[in-house]
Ligand binder design. Structure first.
Ligand code: COA
Ligand code: UVW
Length: 327
């Protein structure tokens, strides 16, 4: 299991910096004060220095030692504007437009990573996912071997035995209606991410149908995607299309698809679209007592991650460690 102990050990051997785009948010300030109390991940807070210190004082968090970068006072802004124009030259961006865009912390922070001023970035405590992720899609782009950026959640819940129950879910946050090829990439990336956290993936392509019990375009999409993924990654245990009960309940699987080796104990779930995925992970989190880590962005060419606006300070702290350690 690649638990937080291991992630922290990785960072202790090779300390990193992380930009928080929402430097005045109390949850960010609390997580930053925790990070500053140790020495493995150094926070960089974007915003006005006075406002950040005032916020920290009012909420009682010690952020002494944090680096604060105010876009209005950034001494390398001209260089940043030029690089931004170069990166977006196919869109015909002017210097004035670039300067205006870079006054926003989401774009400014992403450019800090692009310029190597920071190693990683975590945003989304107040920005929507679209506003957090769009700058990264535009400026950082996908890794050469990926066609899309996607995402997964790692869900963790203690078992009565004391060990953790782990699940992986993708894509609950980025691709709105993935096609069959995109679902193959999402499944492969989600399974790889599951392994990093110590989960040996058994992948279910979810649907309202189990092996043809229902019909429809999205049923075909999930069945085809499962078959394509099996061909592309023959070593990966895969089933689909499956209903959620057939995926996780051995009793239901015995009735609906008794001969499938994955049905009944799948632990890595691929959703047909973002509606199902986003609703699904939040049900597990809010009603199923799972801690939800994510969305962890997959296939992006630098360590940038998003938070849910519903996050708490502990989740910010954990996501910061995940983001920087998996860099
Ligand atoms: C991710 C998202 C913001 C991108 O869409 P968008 O803002 O409309 O962006 P565009 O389609 O204009 O694309 C912007 C850039 O990102 C790229 N892009 C878009 N989606 C991408 C993806 N999945 N992977 C890689 N690149 C992508 C485009 O190619 C484009 O690049 P370019 O500007 O260099 O040409 C959009 O898909 C979205 O809103 N997803 C859902 C987010 C959400 O609400 N989640 C729920 C809460 S977690
Ligand atoms: C991941 C997610 O659902 O983000 P938010 O709650 O901010 O929309």
């Amino acid at each position: 299991m690649y638990g937080f102990g291991e992630l922290i050990s990785v960072l202790k051997k090779n300390p990193k910096t992380i930009v928080f785009t929402e430097g005045t948010d109390p949850r960010i300030l609390e997580a930053s004060s925790r990070l500053l109390a140790s020495n493995f991940l150094h926070p960089i807070l974007i915003g006005n220095e006075d406002e950040i210190y005032k916020g920290a004082e009012e909420s009682g968090f010690n952020i002494r030692g944090a680096e604060i970068i105010d876009p209005e006072k950034f001494d390398r802004m001209d260089e940043m504007v030029d690089l931004f124009c170069e990166l977006r030259k196919s869109k015909g961006v002017t210097k004035e437009q670039a300067r205006q865009t870079l006054s926003h912390a989401n774009y400014f922070g992403t450019m800090l990573v692009k310029m190597g001023v920071a190693d990683s970035l975590l945003g989304g405590a107040t920005y929507s996912t679209a506003d957090t992720v769009r700058p990264a899609l535009q400026l950082i782009k996908t890794k050469p071997e990926n066609k899309i950026v996607s995402s997964c959640f790692i869900l963790v819940r203690p078992r009565a035995t004391g060990e953790n129950e782990l699940l992986a879910m993708g894509d609950c946050a980025i691709n709105i209606t993935p096609n069959e090829e995109e679902l193959v990439e999402i499944a492969h990336e989600t399974a790889n991410c599951a392994r990093i956290f110590g989960l040996e993936p058994e992948v279910a392509f979810l649907s309202y149908s189990t092996f043809g019990s229902g019909s429809g375009e999205t049923v075909d999409k999930m069945r085809n995607a499962a078959e394509m993924t099996k061909k592309a990654y023959p070593e990966l245990p895969i089933a689909g299309e499956l209903q959620f009960d057939a995926a996780v309940s051995p009793r239901v699987a015995r009735t609906k698809c008794p001969n499938d080796p994955v049905a009944g104990h799948a632990n890595t779930f691929i959703f047909p679209d973002i509606n199902a995925g986003n609703i699904g992970y939040k049900i597990a989190q809010r009603l199923g007592n799972f801690e939800a880590y994510g969305p962890i962005l997959l296939g992006l060419n630098a360590p940038v991650n998003d938070l849910s606006r519903g996050c708490n300070a502990a989740e910010v702290y954990s996501m910061a460690i995940i983001t920087a350690a998996l860099a």
